[in-house]
Design a binder for this molecule. Sequence first.
Ligand SMILES: Nc1ncnc2c1ncn2[C@@H]1O[C@H](COP(=O)(O)OP(=O)(O)OP(=O)(O)O)[C@@H](O)[C@H]1O
Ligand SMILES: O=P(O)(O)OC[C@H]1O[C@H](OP(=O)(O)OP(=O)(O)O)[C@H](O)[C@@H]1O
Ligand SMILES: O=C(O)c1cccnc1
Ligand SMILES: [Mg+2]
Length: 559
Amino acid sequence: MEAKANGPTQKSGRVIDGPTNPMVTPLLTDLYQFTMAYAYWKAGKHNERAVFDLYFRKNPFGGEFTVFAGLEECIKLIANFKLTDEEIAFVRESLPGSCEEGFFEYLKEVDCSDVEVYAISEGTVVFPKVPLLRVEGPVAVVQLLETPVLNLVNFASLVATNAARHRLVAGKSKMLLEFGLRRAQGPDGALSASKYCYIGGFDATSNVAAGRLFGIPLRGTHSHAFVSSFMSPDEILDRSLCSSDGSTSCEDFVSLVQSWLNKIQWSKSLSGIFGETNQSELAAFMSYALAFPKNFLALVDTYDVMRSGVPNFCAVALALNDLGYKAVGIRLDSGDLAYLSSEARKIFLTIEKEFGLPGFGKTSITASNDLNEETLDALNKQGHEVDCYGIGTYLVTCYSQAALGCVFKLVEINNQPRIKLSEDLTKVSIPCKKRCYRLYGKEGYSLVDIMTGENEPCPKVGERILCRHPFNESKRAYVVPKRVEELLKCYWPGKSGKVREELPAFKDIRDHCIKQLEQMRADHMRRLNPTPYKVSVSTKLYDFIHFLWLNEAPVGELQ
Ligand SMILES: Nc1ncnc2c1ncn2[C@@H]1O[C@H](COP(=O)(O)OP(=O)(O)OP(=O)(O)O)[C@@H](O)[C@H]1O
Ligand SMILES: O=P(O)(O)OC[C@H]1O[C@H](OP(=O)(O)OP(=O)(O)O)[C@H](O)[C@@H]1O
Ligand SMILES: O=C(O)c1cccnc1
Ligand SMILES: [Mg+2]
């Protein structure tokens, strides 16, 4: 998926390429956006100035935080938003024949040069109800953007949050590899998962295309097929291996490995742990070591981890050590990963001691096989010796929650605030074009997010401000912020003349995300019964919401 290189710049800054996925075009929207655009146009309303907020109502995965991702792709869409003649012809075919030609002439002129986008920085930890994006512009154009921006933010934020949650359970010191390509929801699901899992704190991916497109570090081991494809060491014809410094050459690496296997088989401290190991597995390991002497990592669970895989790995590692190479480690892909990793570690430590190989006890252990937050948590509770996790299916498919549920709601038109009412309080929208702030306390943690009307004064450091729950009158608190951060920044200025926020480099988004997660209060982040983070509105906005609510809600009549 090559990026289309064109695109306007708006005011300052670099040219913004087209979306990463070329399927992201103005047609990647719901039909009703075009029918509404026609109806707006027919009513002469299409250029009325509308403000929409993009937000979600509930944090995913039973947690109390979300990582915001997908902004860069939204801006790439907006910066390059223009329908081609072929696309307009298709829209014409798709709408009823009664639609007037003037509308299609109008579509030719449609772009986002008069659209303003304010957004929270990508990678920021965010909370329900606070707008992640505020999109303002001609109502028909902004309406067309609703579906694609929701599409670009929903999965990106969900999977980045999932990755962040896996990182939190695994701990900072573990290596996390994303292995999901084969199980992801199609090519875009896979590439997006690789991209946003990296932002959420994974270290690397097995997805080569994602490595190329985004510069994500690539990592991988080998599969059971490689191990079981070998029948015997006799298959290995070229058995020579140069030492790591090139000073000597071992003519028969296979014999060297066999002699080490004998030694460990009969060593005092390991005697009785294993007898004959599987020779076809050994052949596979030797072949892999001959191909990659500096990066030897073996999948040890094809036949029997403790009786074959681990001893075979150790024999090859010891032979490599004779030639000055350091084996990387093993991968476990089945069985009790807590038990097997601990047993494997004991063998590595025994070998370090018995054969005087400093550092061998620290040989890396990778675990994979249907891992998820729960299994990582269970492993932690049991005690284990895993250094690195390879995680696929549960991570990239977001198995425990299918969608984030971001919505895009009209909050103002022609300077008139709008509200969407619902029996369900969580579904009542917060009207008005708003400003959003994060208020920090004296310990450096963020205390609360607060939304205010556009023209209200900004909360000030050291000045007491009343933060109110948007819908619950009795929930309110005074805050004296030690630091105030404005959350929504101008990422696409339209015709406003404002300076556009530069899109940060991919690695900077990841660093920002990791820093944000580290700065959160632990009780908001814990897995079990996390404390909800407070999202509030100013008194003025609170009063206005409730005034508008009463104004719009019809009064019932009791009979
Ligand atoms: N110590 C452990 N505690 C909790 N869960 C574990 C532990 N070790 C492994 N698991 C998980 O248990 C599940 C075991 O999977 P499964 O029942 O398919 O067996 P398996 O080990 O894959 O066997 P095989 O592939 O040989 O049939 C996996 O999801 C794995 O992540
Ligand atoms: O388990 P996941 O989290 O999805 O991680 C990726 C899995 O993909 C590979 O094998 P695959 O599942 O294709 O085959 P296997 O389960 O039979 O080893 C790998 O060995 C992992 O088990
Ligand atoms: O490199 C690996 O070990 C790998 C890659 C993808 C899926 N499973 C394992
Ligand atoms: Mg599997």
